[in-house]
Write a protein that binds this ligand. Sequence first.
Ligand code: PEP
Length: 250
Amino acid sequence: MNKLFAANWKMHKTRAEAATTASELARLCAAPPAGREVLLIPPFTALAETGAAIATADRFFLGAQNLYPADHGAFTGEISPAMLKDCGATFALAGHSERRHILGESDALVGEKTAFGLASGLKIILCVGETLDERKAGRLAEVIERQTRAGLSGVPVDVDPERICVAYEPVWAIGTGLVAGSAEIVEAHGLVRKLLEGIFGANGRLARILYGGSVKPGNASEIIGLDNVDGVLVGGASLKADEFSRIVLA
Ligand code: PEP
């Protein structure tokens, strides 16, 4: 299974800035090490330019930060999988913690997005993770199980598992500089793997599990080498091409 190095640019970068960063990354990572793939996830407005900048780059992919679970309709401000695919996206995030905690997305809506996005032909990265209060209260396993099961509840069990990623992103580690320790990452990813195997049987071993939360060039190689870590989802350290390339090449 190829390891996925995903760059979530959140609400950063104009079209020109995104194109410049993407071109620079394609140059710096012209040949990602064998078994590694790079995914760029710009704001919607920069999807087309980012896609154009990486069009000829080997093992580079384009993704969106969100989607709405309908083809079209009266959903002001939302965007459909068909529109994202039209801009060149082949991946989308569902349930990023900022959408759950700032924009109030429920487990049920995240599940609808995951199922609809997959049915529409996108690959989906379902994000799960506990808050600090939940961790302190010993609720890690419960939260991961609830979010994972709800997120995948509408997905057919015979789905191609290679089209699903689950990103374990402890909320307390996102954008804070705090990184989960190796043991914490292995524990959480083991829980996710067990859940995936429970839902998809042996195919659950083929879905990728990504870690996200203050990944940097200095900690990437240790994290990527841990059990059941099939890639990383990177926010802050993905904004500069030089810094993110050092994660991809770590
Ligand atoms: C993220 O946006 O998913 C993320 C993990 O952010 P950061 O790397 O900045 O913690």
